[in-house]
Design a protein around this ligand. Structure first.
Ligand code: F3S
Length: 81
């Protein structure tokens, strides 16, 4: 499985991720991205048919704010760092 979460501390609201994966990433009132699967907790696996979109978003984020993991983030985008 693939899990994703946005580090909102480093997101600069550029908007690229939602263009790549509109079913996964949405924006808050400040334009900061979050994973809409689970209110940005990184606990719900990305549906198989959306993994490619999420990989595109990961590669396209200018601030490396999209985090990916094979295991749950449990709400912590920096768990692997
Ligand atoms: Fe933010 Fe990166 Fe998306 S800067 S809006 S997480 S592409």
């Amino acid at each position: 499985p693939l899990y994703t979460i946005v580090d909102k501390e480093t997101c600069i609201a550029c908007g690229a991720c939602g263009a790549s994966a509109p079913d996964i990433f949405d924006y808050d009132d400040e334009g900061l991205s979050f994973c809409q699967l689970d209110k940005n907790q990184g606990i719900e696996a990305v549906p198989d048919n959306m993994e490619d979109d999420v990989l595109d978003a990961y590669e396209g984020c200018p601030t490396d704010s999209i985090k990916l993991s094979k295991t749950s983030f449990n709400g912590n985008p920096l768990k692997d760092e």
